[in-house]
Structure formats: C-alpha cells, structure tokens
Design a protein around this ligand. Sequence first.
Ligand SMILES: Cc1cc2nc3c(=O)[nH]c(=O)nc-3n(C[C@H](O)[C@H](O)[C@H](O)COP(=O)(O)OP(=O)(O)OC[C@H]3O[C@@H](n4cnc5c(N)ncnc54)[C@H](O)[C@@H]3O)c2cc1C
Ligand code: SF4
Ligand code: SF4
Length: 414
Amino acid sequence: MNAPAEHANLARQHLIDPEICIRCNTCEEICPVDAITHDSRNYVVKFDTCNGCLACISPCPTGAIDSWRNVDKAAPHSLADQYSWDYLPDTTELDQLEATVMGAAELPAEVQQITEVATAGQGGPALAPWSASHPYVNIYSPAAPITATVTGNYRLTAEDASSDIHHIVLDFGTTPFPILEGQSIGIIPPGTDDKGKPHLLRMYSVASPREGERPHYNNLALTVKRVVEDHEGKPARGVASNYVCDLKKGDKVQVTGPYGSTYLMPNHPGSSIMMICTGTGSAPMRAMTERRRRRMDRKEGGELVLFFGARAPEELPYFGPLQKLPKDFIDINFAFSRVPGEPKRYVQDAIRERADKVFQMLQDDNCYIYICGLKGMEAGVLEAFRDICRANGADWDALRPQLLAKARFHVETY
Ligand SMILES: Cc1cc2nc3c(=O)[nH]c(=O)nc-3n(C[C@H](O)[C@H](O)[C@H](O)COP(=O)(O)OP(=O)(O)OC[C@H]3O[C@@H](n4cnc5c(N)ncnc54)[C@H](O)[C@@H]3O)c2cc1C
Ligand code: SF4
Ligand code: SF4
C-alpha cells in the first residue's frame, strides 16, 4: 500500500507490545533480515531494518509482535525508547492517517514470496485447522497473572531414569481459564534473577484435554522436565522447571496465558492426526489423544498415529498408559536411542520404517501433522519426510507449502 502524497512524511512503525510479549525469541529467530533484537528487558524492532514482510506475525504465540504506530519518518521511536517501555505508547491522531510500512514499498513481490518459502522451514506462517475450536489467548498477562493451586505432582519417569519428568495438575478454582489441546500457558517462577529483576515467565504445553485433567473441575495438566544441564550437556539448574517439579500439593502458582492460536487439533469427524514427539513434546500429543480417547464411543473415525522418541522406555512420559490404549485406536511407534545391547533408534528411524503409512498420511488432506520436542529433533524428522517423498516420486519442498496453506503442518520445538 502506497501512502497518499499528503502523508508521505508518515511511516507505519512496527513495534512489540512489552506488556504481552513473553520474550520467547521466536520473532528474532524468524525475522529474515535481523530486524528484531532484545536486551534483558524488551524485544524491539529496528525501524530502518524491518521491511514489513510479516513473517514474524503468525509464529508469535502472544500477538505482541503485531503492534504498529504511525510516526514521522524522520522521528521514529528509537531503540532506546523501545527498550525503556513497560507499555506501548498511546495512539495519536497520526494513526488515523494512511501511512506506508517502512520498507514494504521497496520489497518486490518476488522477494516477499521467497521470504515466505524461506521461513516456512521454521514452521512457516501458520494457520489453525479449519475445524479447530476458537481459542482464547492472552487473558492473563505477566502484569496481571492468575493464581492456580497445585492439586497434583508426580514423577512420570522411572526413579532411576536420567530424566526427571513430572505430571503437574493446576486448578484455577472459580476463575475462568479456557484452554484447548495444543495451547500453552506461562508460569512465572517466584524471585529474581542475578540482576535483581523478576524472573521472566516460561511456557509449558498443556497435557490435558479442553475439559480438564479431571473433567469439569477447571484444571489442567503439564508435563515438565527438570532441566539440570544446558543444551550442551553442561550442568545448569533450570529456574522454572526445577521450581515446577518441586511444587507441592496446595502450593500457589502464578500463571499467564493461554497462548497459541494455531497449534490446535482438528475437530471434524474423520480427521486423522500424525503426532511426532520426543520427551516433553508428548504434552500436546497427550492432550489430543486424551480428547479423542474420551470420545472414543462416538466413533468419529480418523486415525491417530504416534511416533515417540526417548532414550529408553523408563524415560518415556506416559509410557504405561500409552501401552494400554487399543491398537485400533492409536498406532504407536516407539524409538529408543539408548537401550543397552540394542541399536540406537531415533524418532526419524521409526518414521522411515513406516514410510508407506507416513506417505499415505502426508498425501491425505484429512490428516494433520504435529511435531513437538527439543529443537534438535526437527531436522531429522524433516529429512525423513524428504526421503520418504523422494522414494515415492514426490517433492517435500513442493508439498510443505501446500501442507502449511491447508494448516496441516504444525511444529513446536524449543
Ligand atoms: C511453546 C513452548 C512450549 C513448551 N512446553 C514445554 C513442556 O511442555 N514441558 C517442558 O518441560 N518444557 C517446555 N518448554 C520449555 C520451557 O518453556 C523451558 O524453556 C524449560 O522448562 C527450561 O526452563 P528453565 O527455567 O528450567 O531453564 P532456564 O533457567 O531458562 O535455562 C537453564 C539452562 O538450560 C538450558 N535449557 C533450557 N531449556 C532446556 C531444555 N528443555 N533442555 C535442556 N536444556 C535447556 C538453557 O539454555 C540454559 O542454559 C516449552 C517451551 C515453549 C517455547
Ligand atoms: S512473544 Fe512474540 S514478540 Fe515477544 S519474543 Fe515471542 S515472538 Fe517475539
Ligand atoms: S515484519 Fe518481517 S522484517 Fe519486520 S520484524 Fe517481522 S519478520 Fe522482520
């Protein structure tokens, strides 16, 4: 959109709402031109670098990124201003006028298209399945969180397992906290960091279906892994995960959210779901599976196929209950990478072993695909999809944008 000549001095400045932003870094990672940066306080957008490509809008779990103000081109809000904000500045009369997004006019359509394809690999501009229920998002902000009460906390992994994963149940009493399968919540750990600032919230996927872990009691479940080493394997005590894993029944917890308006399950009868996860990536898969399990007698049809990777069976959250589900309800494929005396198998190996089924599901417009777990798992899974497509005379790079356009492909890795 070109600005009318009389408003040529105006520009639409892209900003981030500091009140809602949960500092998850998604936008900074996804921005193709490095227009986003942050300090310990705020995420901010560089006025001169942002070209308005909008690649960051849909992956932002909170909507904080979709904030815009009209400014005088010669006097935009500086980075220093943005770093200091607790709230967005009020709109002014300038916001009533038409203004161009800085840089957008110079961006050729072709480049925009290439950018969209380039960002598709990281989850891409995401849509919710057409039959997903309408989610509520962002009801409780970090400035005004809701207090939940812990009503359950038990260890899911075996006592001698190397990972300590807990199933936590939070109860919201009489305060509304509507949630759908696939959404996440924020938890604010108490206390301050080493600079004396309050801890930022951490996000956790909800592991229970929409009507709650205990149906109709306004509660939900989480699957939280105690972080005791960093991504490189060096000892590190994770602030929030240790806090959550140590919670006792009756403890009060500050919760924000709910978050996420695209990683949602389809609701129409006959829709199939392919779920691929490792570790705590099982949380949203449990939520979706539970939703379907509790409605099994309605015979709504649609297949559930699960690929679940872990080091060993003892490390698998929900291993026992999963084993009890009928085979014609869910097709479960485990992959264990560290069982003594057995060859290493990763989740992508399990996917490759079921190549025919996977290809059939990739082709099926009624099948929705969900990937969740640590960042590291994504590349192997995508490589397996690529190989399976190639072996069947199809092209993954051509298929992926189609899946995204139909809201059939959803990735949440952290
Ligand atoms: C959308 C979303 C959903 C999530 N869902 C879940 C969930 O269902 N269950 C869950 O347990 N976590 C989940 N996470 C991750 C969670 O938000 C925290 O990042 C994680 O619990 C670590 O936080 P911490 O405060 O304990 O560690 P921090 O104090 O933030 O970090 C301590 C150190 O550990 C490293 N580290 C951080 N996370 C991990 C990790 N997962 N594994 C290894 N090293 C790590 C950090 O880089 C740092 O060096 C989710 C994240 C996102 C973005
Ligand atoms: S919440 Fe949105 S704006 Fe804030 S860091 Fe995450 S993606 Fe960026
Ligand atoms: S609109 Fe595009 S260029 Fe601007 S911050 Fe978002 S991803 Fe970056």
